[in-house]
Design a protein around this ligand. Structure first.
Ligand SMILES: Nc1ncnc2c1ncn2[C@@H]1O[C@H](COP(=O)(O)OP(=O)(O)OP(=O)(O)O)[C@@H](O)[C@H]1O
Length: 265
């Protein structure tokens, strides 16, 4: 579904953020991207939808090389890739419903997008999505009246209403408390499973990644240092990605019985 071939990004400053990355993500797979600050995680996610221009290499989405598309076809290709941001990127003065519907802007013509007139089918789908994430009663509230977890749920609905094949998720829980972080990760993974959606989730919290996804890719200095199942993240592997730290404490968090009770709720 998504294949990166020799993906390289060197910023104008000379920083080599990605070095010859080869990576394949099949349909429906949710993958966590971990690694220390500056490893290249955000750059990798942003090269896929070309918010950052790759220096060289291919970004193949169902065989189409996104890296080579001119602006018109790129705009169409971006519909296939929903993005979820750390800081939610909502329009604060608009309602929850309007924020969700803005995810359809890539589909509507200029005039409809200018006047923000949406088709009834889009409005119906927005209500369905808000219901699914538990925000139906909030549809008419302004975005700035919501909590962080509620904002992220709106961000998730806005990405999903695009009807994408792939979700690019950049630190979805970095601004949230631990319990809300788990709820949001669980929601993203459940929605991907329900819709057969692939996702790449850039995440700092290793324990959270281990808990929810079946594949973890570890980046270090712009290169893949680990690619495998979460239980392969031994203290030695984590040290090879992050450097020396007391990993036992981090890994133990996964087995916290209190969290298991919460997961069963
Ligand atoms: N706009 C930019 N201009 C120049 N260098 C950049 C730019 N953005 C990122 N870099 C550099 O590229 C490298 C990778 O950065 P990137 O933000 O992708 O890492 P990251 O793993 O997402 O880090 P973090 O977890 O802190 O967000 C770093 O050395 C960073 O300084």
């Amino acid at each position: 579904m998504l294949r990166l071939e020799g993906l390289t990004k060197t910023y104008k400053t000379g920083d080599q953020a990605l070095k010859d990355i080869d990576l394949e993500v099949p349909k429906g797979q949710v993958m966590a991207l971990i690694g220390p600050s500056g490893a290249g995680k955000s750059t990798l996610i942003r090269c896929i939808n070309r918010l950052v221009e790759p220096t060289s290499g291919k970004v193949l989405l169902d065989g189409t090389d996104i890296a080579r598309l001119p602006s018109g076809p790129l705009r169409r290709a971006r519909r296939e890739m929903g993005m979820i941001f750390q800081e939610y990127a909502l329009v604060e003065r608009l309602t929850v419903m309007e924020n969700v519907l803005s995810g359809r802007l890539g589909y509507v013509g200029f005039w409809r997008s200018f006047t923000r007139r949406y088709q009834q089918a889009d409005v119906d789908e927005a209500f369905r999505l808000l219901d699914r994430v538990g925000l139906l009663a909030m549809a008419d509230k302004r975005a700035d009246e919501l909590s962080g977890g509620q904002r992220q749920r709106v961000g998730i609905c806005r990405a999903l209403i695009q009807n994408p094949k792939l979700l690019l998720v950049d630190e979805p829980t970095a601004s949230l408390d631990p319990k809300t972080s788990r709820q949001i990760m669980r929601l993203i993974c459940e929605l991907c499973a329900e819709r057969g959606l692939a996702a790449i989730i850039n995440i700092h919290d290793v324990a959270l990644a281990q808990r929810f996804v079946s594949r973890v890719v570890g980046l270090r200095l712009g290169e893949i240092a680990f690619d495998g199942a979460p239980d392969g993240l031994t203290p030695e592997v984590l040290t090879s990605i992050y450097g020396e730290e007391d990993w036992e404490a981090t890994i133990e968090k996964v087995d916290d019985p209190e969290e298991d009770i919460e997961a069963a709720e």
